[in-house]
Design a protein around this ligand. Sequence first.
Ligand SMILES: Cc1cn([C@H]2C[C@H](O)[C@@H](COP(=O)(O)O)O2)c(=O)[nH]c1=O
Ligand SMILES: [Mg+2]
Length: 191
Amino acid sequence: MSKKIGLMAEKRLRVLVDMDQVIADFEGYFLSQFRSKYPNDPFVPLEERNTFYLGDQYDGMSDDMHDKVRSIYHAEGFFRDLPEIEGALDALKEMSEMKGVDVFICSSPLFDYTYSPKEKIILARDKTLVNGHILIDDRVDIKGACTDPTWQHVLFTACHNKNIKVKGKKRLENWTDGSWKTLIEDFQKRL
Ligand SMILES: Cc1cn([C@H]2C[C@H](O)[C@@H](COP(=O)(O)O)O2)c(=O)[nH]c1=O
Ligand SMILES: [Mg+2]
């Protein structure tokens, strides 16, 4: 939204920030919960995760694995209790205090709607329809009804995408080395 300052309209940068695996540690928490509930089952260490959906690596391991995996992230409190990705909250607070920057958390719900919508913040199954200048998200392929979204996707590095080569996209490796600030400032210059 632009605010009028005298006769000049201030250009504001709209930053959309994904939640799971960008602000909240979905993968790490899933693994710790899975190992504590099913200590005798095989699991995929985070260094070996290479698909967006857990099921793509887990489901074939045994007949009951599909249900076991879902019993973890469909559980009440799973999303509410996700720990922070290191540095995310400080970075987002600082980002939201930057002059001319508006920050929105933009997250997809699970297909099972029992708990995740109540435990998340802003929900959009189709993020291509959300209007913003930047979308910081760990998912490599963000598709939807709009083939030409307003935002530029910045890929947040996660265990499942770290080895995927993406052409023409910027990456943000973490929230702790200060590079997010340079990224935001670069986008602001181009507004
Ligand atoms: C099975 C499975 C589900 N997810 C979920 C977690 C979130 O509800 C969405 C991803 O949301 P985002 O806005 O794209 O971060 O899908 C998942 O991330 N991984 C899974 O294996
Ligand atoms: Mg995500």
